[in-house]
Design a protein around this ligand. Structure first.
Ligand code: ADP
Length: 350
């Protein structure tokens, strides 16, 4: 209803425009010709008192109206076709695209731009769907395990030892759920625009030390070595403008992975200064990542084939990647299966 009303409105306004334009043109040509051909006969083209002339004017007006309407229809035809196609596209069939008849005219360009927008929308819709189904899957598994465990323990009376074991396992599942929901919350935080996260002047070496303490406290067998590539008295080399919480989260994830995916649970961090940049390399001599996995490890919930035997949920690196991008930094990974992995982050220091 509204669409056909709008189409009608556009058609009428175009018709009127063409009518005015053609009328001005025709009258102009008539008047000029008349003046040139019969300068002295006193025959006044604009006199409406002349009945014969009035008839000619009326016929011309109807002819002009028809021509203008016809021209408006021709011009609007491809637009109407596009409107009809766009009308059919909804959230449930975002894979539909507009037909492009001529890539070189304005209508073709409009259709191509619209198709590009649809590409982006479809991609983001799919990513959101995938994210939601991953979240619910990841949450459901430890939740179901937790409930089953507790239900089973209530079936009959058990010894204190048995109850202790059940509580320990339940606590472990609850911790996994907590880790996962924290990861999801952090991921959601990084979704916000760069200019909306609060940033302050922070020292990367201090945050690294914090992160190392967090990891080694939680995992007594993890060992992390912090090195500076060269000595410098200038603190600005390790100082950036950033969000302390997010940067620490990124460091914790990289350090934890380094130790987790290494049989000796050892990793090292090296800070290097370059002209306007500071680089932090997280190195381990662990199991490494296969070339096919490397392309996908930054996708949310992706776990490499090497991840099967190690605990995790595939959120860590997606989070690191977003945090680095929010700080206009870069991330580079270099890995050899069986030899080890190095993740290098680079930021502009102040
Ligand atoms: P998670 O560690 O929970 O599996 P991440 O997002 O942190 O999830 O990592 C994604 C995948 O990248 C891991 O499953 C693993 O296959 C691979 N990976 C990340 N860091 C390393 C590393 N230091 N060594 C080997 N593989 C790694």
């Amino acid at each position: 209803m509204t669409n056909s009303y709008h189409k009608m409105k556009i058609k009428t306004s175009l018709t009127l425009r063409y009518l005015v334009l053609t009328a001005i043109l025709v009258i102009g040509v008539f008047v000029i010709l008349e003046e040139l051909l019969y300068p002295e006969d006193g025959y006044d083209m604009l006199s409406i008192l002349n009945v014969r002339l009035l008839a000619v004017w009326l016929i011309s007006f109807v002819a002009l109206l028809s021509i203008s309407y016809y021209m408006a229809r021709i011009v609007l035809k491809p637009v109407t076709r596009i409107i009809r196609q766009v009308d059919k596209i909804t959230a449930s069939n975002l894979s539909e695209r507009l037909e492009i008849e001529n890539k070189n005219d304005e209508i073709g360009e409009l259709a191509m731009t619209f198709n590009d927008t649809l590409d982006r929308l479809e991609k983001s819709f799919k990513a959101q769907e995938m994210f939601l189904s991953n979240v619910s899957h990841e949450l459901r598994t430890p939740m179901s395990a937790l409930i089953a465990e507790l239900e089973l323990s209530l079936h009959k009376d058990r010894s204190n030892e048995d109850y202790k074991m059940v509580v320990e396992r339940a606590l472990n599942d609850a911790r996994n759920i907590e880790r996962l929901s924290n990861g999801i919350m952090d991921l959601a935080k990084t979704e916000i625009q760069e200019d909306r996260i609060s940033k302050s002047i922070i020292r990367l070496d201090e945050i690294l030390l914090d992160a190392i303490t967090i990891i080694t406290k939680a995992n007594k067998d993890y060992n992390i070595d912090l090195q500076f590539d060269e000595d410098s008295d200038d603190d600005t080399f390790v100082t950036i403008k950033g969000n302390e919480y997010l940067i620490r989260t990124a460091f914790v994830n990289l350090l934890e992975n380094g130790c987790k995916f290494s049989p000796d649970h050892k990793s090292s961090v090296i800070i290097t200064f370059r002209q306007s940049k500071v680089a932090i390399s997280f190195e381990d001599s662990g199991i490494g990542i296969s070339p096919t996995d490397i392309e996908k490890i930054f996708e949310p919930f992706y776990r490499g084939k090497n991840g099967d035997t190690y605990k995790g949920n595939g959120i860590g690196l997606a989070l690191v990647d977003r945090i680095v991008r929010l700080h206009s930094g870069t991330i580079h990974v270099d890995s050899k299966e069986g030899k080890g992995t190095t993740f290098t982050l680079e930021f502009n220091h102040i």
